[in-house]
Each structure stands twice: as C-alpha cells, then as structure tokens.
Design a protein around this ligand. Sequence first.
Ligand SMILES: [Fe+2]
Ligand SMILES: [Fe+2]
Length: 281
Amino acid sequence: MKHWRMEEMAWDRFDPAKVDPELVPSIKAAAMVERNGLDYAAYLNGVFADDPDFRQAADNWALEEVQHGDALGKWASLADPSWDYAAAFARYRAGYKINTEADASVRGSRCGELIARCMVETGTSSFYTAVADATDEPVLQAICRQIAADEFRHFKLFYDHMRRYLGRENLSFLQRLRIAAGRVSETEDDELAFAYHCANLPPELAFSHQDCLAAYLSRAISFYRYRHIERSMGMIFKAVGLPPRGRLSGLSARLAWRFVQRRQRRFAARAGSRQEFALAA
Ligand SMILES: [Fe+2]
Ligand SMILES: [Fe+2]
C-alpha cells in the first residue's frame, strides 16, 4: 500500500519563480531511473523466485518507485513545459536494459542482492532529503519529503529481509563490505549518466558517459550538506553490520564528505569545460 498518492499533492501551489534551474536537469534524470522500477521488480522476482513474501514486497516497492518517477516527471513538466516526460522515458527504456530474466543475483547471493538494494535506498533517501532541504519551491519540497520517507522505509524493508538471509547464507563482514562498496561505486556507471542523457539532451546527440556523468553528479552532489553524508554513512554502516553511530562512522563520514566534495569539483570543472554540451542541456 502506498503511503501517499501523487493525486493528493497540492500541485496548484507550484511556484515557477522559486524553481532553481540548476535542479531541473537532475530531477528529470531521477524521474527516468525511478520510473524504471517495474523492471527491477521483475528482476527481483526472478532472483527470489521461491520467496512469495519478498516477491510481494518487491511488487509493492516497485509501485512506489514508479510513483516517484511520475511525481518527479510531472513536477519537471511544470518547471519546463517544453519537456516531454513520456518521450524521454521511452528513450531511456529503449537504451537501458535490466536483465528481467535472471534467476540469480548479479551480486552472487540473495543476501548480497539485498545489501546492494540497501545501498541504493541509502543513496536515494539522502538525495531527496538533500533536494528537499535545498529547494524553496513548495511542491518539489513536498514531493521530495514524501519520496525520502519512502526511500528510508525501502532501506528498512531490504535490511530486514537481508537479516533473514544473512542467517542462511553466512556472508562474512568483508563480503558484505565489498558488495556495499561495489554498489556505491556503481553510481558512476551508465544508469544515471544515461538517464541524464535521455532526460536532458536532444536525441541526435551521441551519448557521452563522462560528460553526462559530470553534468549529473556535479549538480546532484552540490545539493548535499555534511549532515546528509553523515546520515548516509550511518545507514551504510548498519547494512554491513557496524554500529551506525560512533567514532568510526563519524570518521568515515568526514572522509566521505571530503571525497564527494573533491569529486564534485572535478565533475563541475569537466561540465564547465564542455560549454557546447552544457548549452545543449
Ligand atoms: Fe525512489
Ligand atoms: Fe526506493
């Protein structure tokens, strides 16, 4: 059951004067990835074929993800009435495929799959919290608060199932850590970069992974404040079995904060140096 419905949002409170144009391309890209939730559910249904409880949970989860995509897509269409959400998503779907026929997790185990899902929900929960804190536009703020709450519940959902499988599969701490770190580093793979491409660039422009990644991440990271990284680190620690609050978590958060700020500057420099690319967006 969904915790909120996009029809109930106060869309008439949309205030174009409060739209930050820097936010719009990231919201359009996020809408693509969120809207693709049904394919992820199909993949998870294959991986957890004999676990009806989890399959049901995954189907419900996907409906919430699709709603995230539709709400963000609708908001981006208000912010930029020339944007065609359906056409952008059709391009994304045609070019980015998830293996919906899989019968085993690409992470090597079900527990590993659930740890990877926890990392994704950590990322989305922090991203939408950061956007809600960064924007003054009331509708986007309200949507992002609702989505961030969903993402945190999703983290909890996958975490609880992960604990169940941990007893059976006996993954070591190092295995859990490796899977978690691997999934976090995949942020720089094609999924978000290609979503940025389809959502923001004309179809005739060839996809450039590095340019799209730089354009997306330089903006997305700039919305983060230290508290968002600190909270994410607590969730990552919890997922791999470490105390979420404490000296090690605090130290890791400070290191991660420095790291993401450096990445942001590097991506911003690349995005800035590709003026014709920036103009096309
Ligand atoms: Fe989502
Ligand atoms: Fe989610």
